[in-house]
Ligand binder design. Sequence first.
Ligand code: NAP
Length: 487
Amino acid sequence: MTALINHLKQSSLLKTQSYVNGQWVKQNKTFSVNNPANNKVIAEVNDDGAEQTALAIAAAVKAQKEWSKTLSVERFAKLTRWYELIMANQDDLAAIMTVEQGKPLAEAKAEIAYGAQFIQWFAEQAKRIKGEVLPNPSSDRRISVIKQPVGVVGIVTPWNFPSSMITRKVAPALAAGCTVVIKPAAETPLSALALAELAHQAEIPDGVINIIVGEDAQSIGEVLTQHPDVAKFSFTGSTKVGKKLLEQCASTVKKVSLELGGNAPFIVFDDADLDAAVEGAIASKFRNTGQTCVCANRLLVQDSIYDEFVDRLSRKVSELTTGDGLQDSVDLGPMIHRNALEKTHQLVKDSIDNGAILVTGGQLPKDNSNFYPATLIKDVSNQMKIAQTEIFGPVAPVIKFETESEAIEMANDTRYGLAAYFYARDIGRCYRVMEQLEYGMVGINAGVISNPLAPFGGVKESGIGREGGSEGIEEFLEIKYACYGDI
Ligand code: NAP
Protein backbone atom coordinates (compact mmCIF):
# COMPACT_ATOMS: atom_id res chain seq x y z
CA MET A 1 0.00 0.00 0.00
CA THR A 2 2.76 2.46 0.97
CA ALA A 3 4.65 1.68 -2.24
CA LEU A 4 1.57 2.47 -4.29
CA ILE A 5 0.82 5.66 -2.34
CA ASN A 6 4.36 6.86 -3.12
CA HIS A 7 3.53 6.42 -6.79
CA LEU A 8 0.51 8.74 -6.65
CA LYS A 9 0.23 12.52 -6.88
CA GLN A 10 -3.10 12.44 -5.06
CA SER A 11 -2.82 9.74 -2.38
CA SER A 12 -6.47 10.25 -1.33
CA LEU A 13 -7.42 8.26 -4.44
CA LEU A 14 -6.36 5.09 -2.71
CA LYS A 15 -9.41 3.99 -0.73
CA THR A 16 -10.09 0.66 0.97
CA GLN A 17 -13.57 1.21 2.40
CA SER A 18 -16.93 1.01 0.75
CA TYR A 19 -18.61 4.23 -0.40
CA VAL A 20 -22.23 4.52 0.72
CA ASN A 21 -24.39 7.62 0.89
CA GLY A 22 -21.38 9.85 0.29
CA GLN A 23 -19.44 8.36 3.24
CA TRP A 24 -16.46 6.02 3.44
CA VAL A 25 -17.72 3.15 5.59
CA LYS A 26 -15.25 0.95 7.45
CA GLN A 27 -15.71 -2.76 8.10
CA ASN A 28 -13.77 -4.85 10.58
CA LYS A 29 -13.66 -7.77 8.19
CA THR A 30 -11.32 -7.28 5.22
CA PHE A 31 -9.90 -9.17 2.26
CA SER A 32 -6.60 -8.81 0.41
CA VAL A 33 -6.11 -7.33 -3.03
CA ASN A 34 -3.00 -8.68 -4.80
CA ASN A 35 -0.70 -7.42 -7.50
CA PRO A 36 -0.81 -10.10 -10.23
CA ALA A 37 2.72 -9.12 -11.33
CA ASN A 38 4.27 -10.39 -8.08
CA ASN A 39 1.36 -11.92 -6.11
CA LYS A 40 2.08 -9.53 -3.22
CA VAL A 41 -0.72 -7.96 -1.20
CA ILE A 42 -1.38 -4.34 -2.20
CA ALA A 43 -4.18 -3.50 0.23
CA GLU A 44 -6.69 -4.87 2.70
CA VAL A 45 -10.17 -3.83 1.62
CA ASN A 46 -13.61 -3.93 3.30
CA ASP A 47 -15.28 -7.29 3.02
CA ASP A 48 -18.92 -6.24 2.70
CA GLY A 49 -21.82 -8.64 2.39
CA ALA A 50 -25.60 -8.73 2.09
CA GLU A 51 -26.28 -6.36 4.98
CA GLN A 52 -24.08 -3.53 3.64
CA THR A 53 -25.55 -4.04 0.17
CA ALA A 54 -29.07 -3.53 1.52
CA LEU A 55 -27.91 -0.33 3.28
CA ALA A 56 -26.41 0.94 0.05
CA ILE A 57 -29.68 0.23 -1.78
CA ALA A 58 -31.57 2.20 0.86
CA ALA A 59 -29.21 5.15 0.32
CA ALA A 60 -29.68 4.91 -3.44
CA VAL A 61 -33.47 4.82 -3.07
CA LYS A 62 -33.40 7.96 -0.95
CA ALA A 63 -31.05 9.82 -3.28
CA GLN A 64 -33.00 8.81 -6.36
CA LYS A 65 -36.01 10.88 -5.30
CA GLU A 66 -34.00 14.11 -5.66
CA TRP A 67 -31.63 13.05 -8.44
CA SER A 68 -34.50 12.05 -10.72
CA LYS A 69 -35.89 15.58 -10.39
CA THR A 70 -32.67 17.37 -11.35
CA LEU A 71 -32.57 19.19 -14.66
CA SER A 72 -30.67 17.50 -17.44
CA VAL A 73 -28.23 20.44 -17.51
CA GLU A 74 -27.48 19.88 -13.82
CA ARG A 75 -26.71 16.21 -14.45
CA PHE A 76 -24.63 17.29 -17.46
CA ALA A 77 -22.62 19.65 -15.24
CA LYS A 78 -21.94 17.05 -12.50
CA LEU A 79 -20.96 14.36 -14.99
CA THR A 80 -18.74 16.79 -16.88
CA ARG A 81 -16.94 17.74 -13.67
CA TRP A 82 -16.42 14.05 -12.87
CA TYR A 83 -15.02 13.50 -16.38
CA GLU A 84 -12.60 16.42 -15.97
CA LEU A 85 -11.36 15.17 -12.61
CA ILE A 86 -10.79 11.66 -13.98
CA MET A 87 -8.75 13.05 -16.86
CA ALA A 88 -6.80 15.33 -14.51
CA ASN A 89 -5.91 12.25 -12.43
CA GLN A 90 -5.36 9.90 -15.36
CA ASP A 91 -1.79 8.97 -14.37
CA ASP A 92 -2.73 8.08 -10.79
CA LEU A 93 -5.78 6.09 -11.83
CA ALA A 94 -3.67 4.22 -14.38
CA ALA A 95 -1.02 3.37 -11.77
CA ILE A 96 -3.68 1.98 -9.42
CA MET A 97 -5.11 -0.08 -12.26
CA THR A 98 -1.76 -1.49 -13.38
CA VAL A 99 -0.87 -2.53 -9.85
CA GLU A 100 -4.15 -4.34 -9.15
CA GLN A 101 -4.98 -5.64 -12.63
CA GLY A 102 -1.61 -6.01 -14.35
CA LYS A 103 -2.07 -4.31 -17.73
CA PRO A 104 0.85 -2.14 -18.95
CA LEU A 105 0.66 1.50 -17.88
CA ALA A 106 0.07 2.78 -21.41
CA GLU A 107 -2.96 0.47 -21.73
CA ALA A 108 -4.20 1.49 -18.29
CA LYS A 109 -3.97 5.16 -19.26
CA ALA A 110 -5.87 4.42 -22.46
CA GLU A 111 -8.57 2.63 -20.47
CA ILE A 112 -8.97 5.58 -18.10
CA ALA A 113 -9.47 7.91 -21.09
CA TYR A 114 -11.83 5.43 -22.80
CA GLY A 115 -13.89 5.05 -19.62
CA ALA A 116 -13.99 8.81 -19.06
CA GLN A 117 -15.26 9.34 -22.61
CA PHE A 118 -18.45 7.48 -21.67
CA ILE A 119 -19.04 10.04 -18.92
CA GLN A 120 -18.44 12.88 -21.36
CA TRP A 121 -20.71 11.29 -23.97
CA PHE A 122 -23.59 10.52 -21.61
CA ALA A 123 -23.34 13.95 -19.94
CA GLU A 124 -24.34 15.27 -23.36
CA GLN A 125 -26.94 12.56 -23.89
CA ALA A 126 -28.71 13.63 -20.68
CA LYS A 127 -29.82 16.70 -22.62
CA ARG A 128 -31.24 14.61 -25.46
CA ILE A 129 -33.76 12.44 -23.63
CA LYS A 130 -36.88 12.91 -25.69
CA GLY A 131 -40.51 11.83 -25.65
CA GLU A 132 -43.06 11.91 -28.45
CA VAL A 133 -46.45 13.34 -29.25
CA LEU A 134 -48.36 10.91 -31.48
CA PRO A 135 -51.22 11.56 -33.92
CA ASN A 136 -54.61 11.82 -32.25
CA PRO A 137 -56.47 8.49 -32.19
CA SER A 138 -59.80 10.44 -32.12
CA SER A 139 -60.77 14.10 -32.13
CA ASP A 140 -61.18 14.28 -28.34
CA ARG A 141 -58.00 12.38 -27.43
CA ARG A 142 -54.27 13.20 -27.36
CA ILE A 143 -51.31 10.87 -26.87
CA SER A 144 -47.91 11.69 -25.42
CA VAL A 145 -44.99 9.42 -24.59
CA ILE A 146 -42.41 10.39 -22.00
CA LYS A 147 -39.21 8.75 -20.76
CA GLN A 148 -38.40 8.51 -17.07
CA PRO A 149 -35.46 7.03 -15.12
CA VAL A 150 -35.99 3.37 -14.21
CA GLY A 151 -34.91 3.96 -10.60
CA VAL A 152 -32.13 2.30 -8.60
CA VAL A 153 -29.67 0.26 -10.65
CA GLY A 154 -27.63 -2.69 -9.33
CA ILE A 155 -24.32 -3.09 -11.15
CA VAL A 156 -21.75 -5.92 -11.11
CA THR A 157 -18.52 -5.58 -13.12
CA PRO A 158 -15.45 -7.72 -14.00
CA TRP A 159 -11.72 -7.26 -13.32
CA ASN A 160 -10.46 -7.04 -16.91
CA PHE A 161 -11.51 -3.40 -17.45
CA PRO A 162 -11.79 -2.19 -13.84
CA SER A 163 -12.64 1.41 -14.71
CA SER A 164 -14.42 1.55 -18.06
CA MET A 165 -16.82 -1.32 -17.35
CA ILE A 166 -18.08 0.84 -14.47
CA THR A 167 -18.29 4.18 -16.29
CA ARG A 168 -20.01 2.55 -19.29
CA LYS A 169 -22.94 1.74 -16.99
CA VAL A 170 -22.83 4.47 -14.35
CA ALA A 171 -22.62 7.38 -16.80
CA PRO A 172 -25.83 6.55 -18.72
CA ALA A 173 -27.59 5.58 -15.50
CA LEU A 174 -26.81 8.93 -13.87
CA ALA A 175 -27.54 10.84 -17.06
CA ALA A 176 -30.98 9.21 -17.16
CA GLY A 177 -31.66 10.22 -13.54
CA CYS A 178 -31.01 6.83 -11.89
CA THR A 179 -28.87 6.13 -8.82
CA VAL A 180 -26.55 3.12 -8.57
CA VAL A 181 -25.11 0.47 -6.28
CA ILE A 182 -21.96 -1.07 -7.78
CA LYS A 183 -20.11 -4.25 -6.88
CA PRO A 184 -16.74 -4.30 -8.66
CA ALA A 185 -14.76 -7.53 -9.05
CA ALA A 186 -12.92 -8.58 -5.89
CA GLU A 187 -9.63 -8.53 -7.84
CA THR A 188 -9.92 -4.83 -8.73
CA PRO A 189 -11.88 -2.81 -6.15
CA LEU A 190 -9.27 -0.02 -5.89
CA SER A 191 -9.95 1.39 -9.35
CA ALA A 192 -13.67 1.50 -8.57
CA LEU A 193 -13.15 3.23 -5.23
CA ALA A 194 -10.83 5.80 -6.81
CA LEU A 195 -13.61 6.66 -9.27
CA ALA A 196 -15.96 7.11 -6.31
CA GLU A 197 -13.51 9.49 -4.61
CA LEU A 198 -13.46 11.64 -7.76
CA ALA A 199 -17.27 11.51 -8.01
CA HIS A 200 -17.30 12.79 -4.43
CA GLN A 201 -14.92 15.60 -5.36
CA ALA A 202 -17.18 16.37 -8.34
CA GLU A 203 -20.00 16.87 -5.81
CA ILE A 204 -22.21 14.20 -7.24
CA PRO A 205 -24.80 14.12 -4.44
CA ASP A 206 -24.62 11.61 -1.60
CA GLY A 207 -26.27 8.28 -2.35
CA VAL A 208 -26.28 8.74 -6.12
CA ILE A 209 -23.20 6.49 -6.50
CA ASN A 210 -22.63 3.72 -3.93
CA ILE A 211 -19.87 1.12 -4.07
CA ILE A 212 -19.89 -2.13 -2.13
CA VAL A 213 -16.65 -4.14 -2.05
CA GLY A 214 -16.53 -7.71 -0.85
CA GLU A 215 -15.38 -11.21 -1.63
CA ASP A 216 -18.76 -12.87 -1.19
CA ALA A 217 -20.03 -12.09 -4.68
CA GLN A 218 -22.89 -14.54 -4.34
CA SER A 219 -24.44 -12.87 -1.28
CA ILE A 220 -24.00 -9.37 -2.65
CA GLY A 221 -25.32 -10.51 -6.02
CA GLU A 222 -28.39 -12.09 -4.47
CA VAL A 223 -29.36 -8.80 -2.85
CA LEU A 224 -28.72 -6.74 -5.98
CA THR A 225 -30.72 -9.11 -8.19
CA GLN A 226 -33.61 -9.84 -5.82
CA HIS A 227 -34.18 -6.66 -3.82
CA PRO A 228 -37.57 -5.17 -4.71
CA ASP A 229 -36.17 -1.61 -4.60
CA VAL A 230 -33.64 -2.32 -7.34
CA ALA A 231 -35.44 -1.61 -10.62
CA LYS A 232 -32.70 -2.59 -13.02
CA PHE A 233 -29.70 -4.90 -12.95
CA SER A 234 -26.72 -4.41 -15.25
CA PHE A 235 -23.94 -6.99 -15.39
CA THR A 236 -20.67 -7.42 -17.24
CA GLY A 237 -18.86 -10.72 -16.83
CA SER A 238 -18.90 -14.34 -17.90
CA THR A 239 -21.87 -15.97 -19.64
CA LYS A 240 -22.01 -18.61 -16.89
CA VAL A 241 -22.48 -16.08 -14.08
CA GLY A 242 -24.69 -13.86 -16.26
CA LYS A 243 -27.17 -16.70 -16.80
CA LYS A 244 -27.39 -17.34 -13.08
CA LEU A 245 -27.97 -13.65 -12.31
CA LEU A 246 -30.60 -13.40 -15.06
CA GLU A 247 -32.51 -16.21 -13.36
CA GLN A 248 -32.22 -14.44 -10.02
CA CYS A 249 -33.66 -11.26 -11.54
CA ALA A 250 -36.80 -13.10 -12.61
CA SER A 251 -38.31 -13.08 -9.12
CA THR A 252 -38.78 -9.29 -9.21
CA VAL A 253 -39.01 -8.93 -13.03
CA LYS A 254 -36.13 -6.48 -13.20
CA LYS A 255 -35.03 -4.80 -16.37
CA VAL A 256 -31.74 -6.54 -17.19
CA SER A 257 -28.69 -5.69 -19.29
CA LEU A 258 -25.97 -8.30 -19.76
CA GLU A 259 -22.54 -7.88 -21.37
CA LEU A 260 -21.14 -11.41 -21.42
CA GLY A 261 -18.40 -13.53 -22.91
CA GLY A 262 -17.29 -13.80 -26.53
CA ASN A 263 -15.53 -16.06 -29.01
CA ALA A 264 -14.52 -13.57 -31.69
CA PRO A 265 -13.51 -14.89 -35.11
CA PHE A 266 -10.83 -12.83 -36.90
CA ILE A 267 -11.05 -13.73 -40.60
CA VAL A 268 -8.33 -12.91 -43.12
CA PHE A 269 -9.44 -13.28 -46.74
CA ASP A 270 -7.08 -13.66 -49.70
CA ASP A 271 -7.68 -10.06 -50.88
CA ALA A 272 -6.73 -8.55 -47.50
CA ASP A 273 -3.89 -6.11 -46.90
CA LEU A 274 -1.75 -8.61 -44.98
CA ASP A 275 0.34 -6.07 -43.08
CA ALA A 276 -2.82 -4.36 -41.85
CA ALA A 277 -4.32 -7.75 -40.94
CA VAL A 278 -1.23 -8.72 -38.93
CA GLU A 279 -1.29 -5.38 -37.12
CA GLY A 280 -5.02 -5.73 -36.42
CA ALA A 281 -4.60 -9.29 -35.18
CA ILE A 282 -1.85 -8.27 -32.74
CA ALA A 283 -3.96 -5.41 -31.34
CA SER A 284 -7.13 -7.45 -31.15
CA LYS A 285 -5.58 -10.61 -29.72
CA PHE A 286 -2.88 -9.45 -27.30
CA ARG A 287 -4.31 -6.27 -25.76
CA ASN A 288 -4.75 -6.78 -22.01
CA THR A 289 -2.78 -10.06 -22.33
CA GLY A 290 -5.66 -11.51 -24.31
CA GLN A 291 -8.10 -10.93 -21.47
CA THR A 292 -10.81 -8.94 -23.22
CA CYS A 293 -14.32 -10.03 -24.16
CA VAL A 294 -13.79 -8.77 -27.72
CA CYS A 295 -10.35 -10.37 -28.18
CA ALA A 296 -9.81 -12.23 -31.44
CA ASN A 297 -10.28 -15.78 -30.16
CA ARG A 298 -9.80 -17.66 -33.45
CA LEU A 299 -7.86 -16.49 -36.51
CA LEU A 300 -9.45 -17.94 -39.66
CA VAL A 301 -7.10 -17.54 -42.64
CA GLN A 302 -7.75 -18.38 -46.31
CA ASP A 303 -5.58 -21.20 -47.69
CA SER A 304 -3.74 -19.25 -50.43
CA ILE A 305 -2.30 -16.70 -47.97
CA TYR A 306 -2.17 -18.97 -44.91
CA ASP A 307 1.60 -19.68 -44.81
CA GLU A 308 2.52 -16.07 -45.57
CA PHE A 309 0.17 -14.71 -42.89
CA VAL A 310 1.37 -17.17 -40.22
CA ASP A 311 4.96 -16.33 -41.05
CA ARG A 312 4.45 -12.55 -40.78
CA LEU A 313 2.35 -12.87 -37.64
CA SER A 314 4.81 -15.19 -35.88
CA ARG A 315 7.62 -12.68 -36.36
CA LYS A 316 5.53 -10.00 -34.65
CA VAL A 317 4.24 -12.29 -31.89
CA SER A 318 7.73 -13.47 -30.95
CA GLU A 319 8.79 -9.82 -30.50
CA LEU A 320 6.13 -9.15 -27.84
CA THR A 321 7.64 -8.72 -24.37
CA THR A 322 6.05 -9.83 -21.10
CA GLY A 323 6.62 -8.27 -17.68
CA ASP A 324 5.41 -6.05 -14.86
CA GLY A 325 3.14 -3.43 -16.43
CA LEU A 326 4.87 -0.66 -14.46
CA GLN A 327 8.09 -1.25 -16.42
CA ASP A 328 8.63 0.70 -19.61
CA SER A 329 8.05 -0.98 -22.97
CA VAL A 330 6.30 -4.08 -21.67
CA ASP A 331 3.73 -5.32 -24.19
CA LEU A 332 1.98 -7.95 -22.08
CA GLY A 333 1.38 -7.79 -18.34
CA PRO A 334 0.70 -10.81 -16.15
CA MET A 335 -2.48 -12.83 -16.34
CA ILE A 336 -4.87 -12.11 -13.51
CA HIS A 337 -4.31 -15.41 -11.61
CA ARG A 338 -2.14 -18.47 -11.79
CA ASN A 339 -5.23 -20.65 -12.38
CA ALA A 340 -6.23 -18.48 -15.38
CA LEU A 341 -2.74 -19.07 -16.78
CA GLU A 342 -2.98 -22.82 -16.20
CA LYS A 343 -6.39 -22.98 -17.89
CA THR A 344 -4.92 -21.19 -20.93
CA HIS A 345 -1.92 -23.54 -21.00
CA GLN A 346 -4.22 -26.58 -20.86
CA LEU A 347 -6.04 -25.32 -23.96
CA VAL A 348 -2.69 -24.95 -25.75
CA LYS A 349 -1.64 -28.47 -24.72
CA ASP A 350 -4.98 -29.95 -25.74
CA SER A 351 -4.75 -28.42 -29.23
CA ILE A 352 -1.18 -29.72 -29.72
CA ASP A 353 -2.18 -33.18 -28.47
CA ASN A 354 -4.90 -33.10 -31.15
CA GLY A 355 -2.57 -32.20 -34.03
CA ALA A 356 -2.09 -28.42 -33.94
CA ILE A 357 1.45 -27.04 -34.29
CA LEU A 358 3.06 -24.64 -31.81
CA VAL A 359 4.74 -21.80 -33.73
CA THR A 360 5.95 -19.60 -30.87
CA GLY A 361 5.44 -19.24 -27.09
CA GLY A 362 3.42 -21.87 -25.25
CA GLN A 363 5.80 -22.36 -22.31
CA LEU A 364 4.78 -22.24 -18.66
CA PRO A 365 6.94 -19.83 -16.65
CA LYS A 366 9.72 -21.55 -14.69
CA ASP A 367 8.67 -19.81 -11.47
CA ASN A 368 5.21 -19.56 -9.93
CA SER A 369 4.44 -16.23 -11.64
CA ASN A 370 1.43 -15.26 -13.75
CA PHE A 371 3.40 -14.42 -16.90
CA TYR A 372 2.43 -16.39 -20.01
CA PRO A 373 4.24 -15.64 -23.29
CA ALA A 374 2.48 -14.44 -26.42
CA THR A 375 1.68 -17.70 -28.19
CA LEU A 376 0.83 -18.67 -31.77
CA ILE A 377 -0.52 -22.10 -32.78
CA LYS A 378 -1.30 -23.11 -36.35
CA ASP A 379 -3.27 -25.91 -38.02
CA VAL A 380 -5.97 -25.69 -35.39
CA SER A 381 -9.44 -27.01 -36.26
CA ASN A 382 -12.65 -25.20 -35.40
CA GLN A 383 -13.83 -28.22 -33.39
CA MET A 384 -10.87 -28.14 -30.99
CA LYS A 385 -11.52 -27.02 -27.45
CA ILE A 386 -9.31 -23.95 -27.93
CA ALA A 387 -11.56 -22.74 -30.79
CA GLN A 388 -14.79 -23.38 -28.92
CA THR A 389 -13.76 -21.85 -25.55
CA GLU A 390 -13.24 -18.21 -24.63
CA ILE A 391 -9.44 -18.47 -24.18
CA PHE A 392 -8.97 -15.26 -22.18
CA GLY A 393 -5.21 -15.46 -22.50
CA PRO A 394 -2.44 -14.42 -24.95
CA VAL A 395 -2.84 -17.32 -27.36
CA ALA A 396 -3.70 -17.00 -31.06
CA PRO A 397 -4.93 -20.22 -32.70
CA VAL A 398 -4.90 -20.14 -36.52
CA ILE A 399 -7.39 -22.15 -38.59
CA LYS A 400 -7.23 -22.62 -42.39
CA PHE A 401 -10.31 -22.24 -44.63
CA GLU A 402 -10.90 -22.42 -48.38
CA THR A 403 -14.09 -20.51 -49.28
CA GLU A 404 -15.99 -17.45 -48.06
CA SER A 405 -19.02 -19.52 -47.09
CA GLU A 406 -16.86 -21.97 -45.13
CA ALA A 407 -15.33 -19.04 -43.19
CA ILE A 408 -18.76 -17.64 -42.33
CA GLU A 409 -20.03 -21.04 -41.26
CA MET A 410 -17.02 -21.57 -38.97
CA ALA A 411 -17.26 -18.03 -37.60
CA ASN A 412 -20.91 -18.49 -36.64
CA ASP A 413 -20.39 -21.97 -35.18
CA THR A 414 -20.47 -20.84 -31.53
CA ARG A 415 -23.07 -19.91 -28.93
CA TYR A 416 -21.35 -16.55 -28.49
CA GLY A 417 -22.08 -13.47 -30.63
CA LEU A 418 -20.19 -10.46 -29.30
CA ALA A 419 -17.51 -9.17 -31.72
CA ALA A 420 -16.20 -10.46 -35.05
CA TYR A 421 -13.49 -9.08 -37.34
CA PHE A 422 -12.46 -9.61 -40.92
CA TYR A 423 -9.92 -8.23 -43.37
CA ALA A 424 -10.76 -7.99 -47.09
CA ARG A 425 -10.69 -5.30 -49.80
CA ASP A 426 -13.49 -6.39 -52.15
CA ILE A 427 -16.47 -4.17 -51.34
CA GLY A 428 -19.03 -6.82 -52.28
CA ARG A 429 -17.36 -9.36 -50.02
CA CYS A 430 -17.11 -6.81 -47.19
CA TYR A 431 -20.85 -6.16 -47.26
CA ARG A 432 -21.85 -9.81 -47.74
CA VAL A 433 -19.69 -11.10 -44.91
CA MET A 434 -20.62 -8.28 -42.52
CA GLU A 435 -24.34 -9.05 -43.02
CA GLN A 436 -23.95 -12.78 -42.44
CA LEU A 437 -21.86 -12.68 -39.28
CA GLU A 438 -24.12 -13.42 -36.29
CA TYR A 439 -22.46 -10.89 -34.00
CA GLY A 440 -23.46 -7.62 -32.33
CA MET A 441 -20.30 -5.87 -33.55
CA VAL A 442 -18.16 -6.35 -36.66
CA GLY A 443 -14.75 -4.83 -37.33
CA ILE A 444 -13.99 -4.60 -41.06
CA ASN A 445 -10.29 -3.94 -41.58
CA ALA A 446 -10.20 -2.83 -37.92
CA GLY A 447 -9.00 -4.90 -34.97
CA VAL A 448 -10.07 -2.55 -32.15
CA ILE A 449 -13.56 -1.10 -32.46
CA SER A 450 -14.88 -0.01 -29.03
CA ASN A 451 -15.78 3.65 -28.60
CA PRO A 452 -18.49 5.54 -26.71
CA LEU A 453 -20.31 6.74 -29.83
CA ALA A 454 -21.28 3.23 -30.94
CA PRO A 455 -23.69 0.69 -29.42
CA PHE A 456 -21.52 -1.99 -27.77
CA GLY A 457 -23.08 -5.39 -27.11
CA GLY A 458 -23.67 -8.92 -28.19
CA VAL A 459 -26.28 -11.31 -29.56
CA LYS A 460 -26.92 -15.00 -28.76
CA GLU A 461 -25.35 -15.93 -25.39
CA SER A 462 -23.12 -12.84 -25.37
CA GLY A 463 -25.71 -10.58 -23.86
CA ILE A 464 -28.81 -8.46 -23.75
CA GLY A 465 -28.84 -4.71 -24.43
CA ARG A 466 -26.26 -2.18 -25.59
CA GLU A 467 -23.81 0.18 -23.88
CA GLY A 468 -22.67 3.44 -25.50
CA GLY A 469 -24.14 5.23 -28.49
CA SER A 470 -27.60 6.74 -28.40
CA GLU A 471 -28.93 3.31 -27.36
CA GLY A 472 -26.96 3.19 -24.09
CA ILE A 473 -29.13 5.63 -22.16
CA GLU A 474 -32.36 3.90 -23.22
CA GLU A 475 -31.38 0.93 -21.03
CA PHE A 476 -31.95 3.19 -18.01
CA LEU A 477 -35.21 4.78 -19.11
CA GLU A 478 -38.79 3.61 -18.82
CA ILE A 479 -41.43 4.59 -21.36
CA LYS A 480 -44.70 6.05 -20.14
CA TYR A 481 -47.63 6.54 -22.49
CA ALA A 482 -50.26 9.08 -21.47
CA CYS A 483 -53.68 9.27 -23.07
CA TYR A 484 -55.63 12.50 -22.51
CA GLY A 485 -59.38 12.15 -23.00
CA ASP A 486 -62.20 14.65 -23.12
CA ILE A 487 -60.05 17.33 -24.80
P1 NAP B 1 -17.12 -13.36 -13.76
O1 NAP B 1 -16.46 -14.47 -13.04
O2 NAP B 1 -18.44 -13.62 -14.38
O3 NAP B 1 -17.22 -12.15 -12.73
C1 NAP B 1 -17.78 -10.92 -13.09
C2 NAP B 1 -18.33 -10.26 -11.86
O4 NAP B 1 -19.37 -11.09 -11.34
C3 NAP B 1 -17.33 -10.08 -10.73
O5 NAP B 1 -17.61 -8.88 -10.05
C4 NAP B 1 -17.62 -11.27 -9.84
O6 NAP B 1 -17.28 -11.04 -8.49
C5 NAP B 1 -19.13 -11.35 -9.98
N1 NAP B 1 -19.69 -12.64 -9.63
C6 NAP B 1 -19.15 -13.87 -9.77
N2 NAP B 1 -20.02 -14.81 -9.33
C7 NAP B 1 -21.13 -14.14 -8.90
C8 NAP B 1 -22.37 -14.54 -8.32
N3 NAP B 1 -22.66 -15.82 -8.10
N4 NAP B 1 -23.25 -13.58 -8.01
C9 NAP B 1 -22.99 -12.28 -8.23
N5 NAP B 1 -21.83 -11.84 -8.76
C10 NAP B 1 -20.92 -12.76 -9.11
O7 NAP B 1 -16.20 -12.78 -14.92
P2 NAP B 1 -14.70 -12.27 -14.83
O8 NAP B 1 -13.81 -13.44 -14.81
O9 NAP B 1 -14.56 -11.24 -13.78
O10 NAP B 1 -14.58 -11.49 -16.22
C11 NAP B 1 -14.31 -12.12 -17.40
C12 NAP B 1 -15.58 -12.36 -18.22
O11 NAP B 1 -16.24 -11.14 -18.43
C13 NAP B 1 -15.26 -12.91 -19.59
O12 NAP B 1 -16.17 -13.92 -19.93
C14 NAP B 1 -15.44 -11.70 -20.49
O13 NAP B 1 -15.74 -12.01 -21.83
C15 NAP B 1 -16.56 -11.00 -19.81
N6 NAP B 1 -16.59 -9.58 -20.19
C16 NAP B 1 -17.57 -9.15 -21.04
C17 NAP B 1 -17.58 -7.83 -21.48
C18 NAP B 1 -18.64 -7.33 -22.42
O14 NAP B 1 -18.75 -6.12 -22.58
N7 NAP B 1 -19.43 -8.19 -23.05
C19 NAP B 1 -16.61 -6.95 -21.02
C20 NAP B 1 -15.62 -7.41 -20.16
C21 NAP B 1 -15.64 -8.74 -19.75
P3 NAP B 1 -15.88 -11.54 -7.88
O15 NAP B 1 -14.82 -10.99 -8.74
O16 NAP B 1 -15.89 -10.93 -6.54
O17 NAP B 1 -15.94 -13.03 -7.91
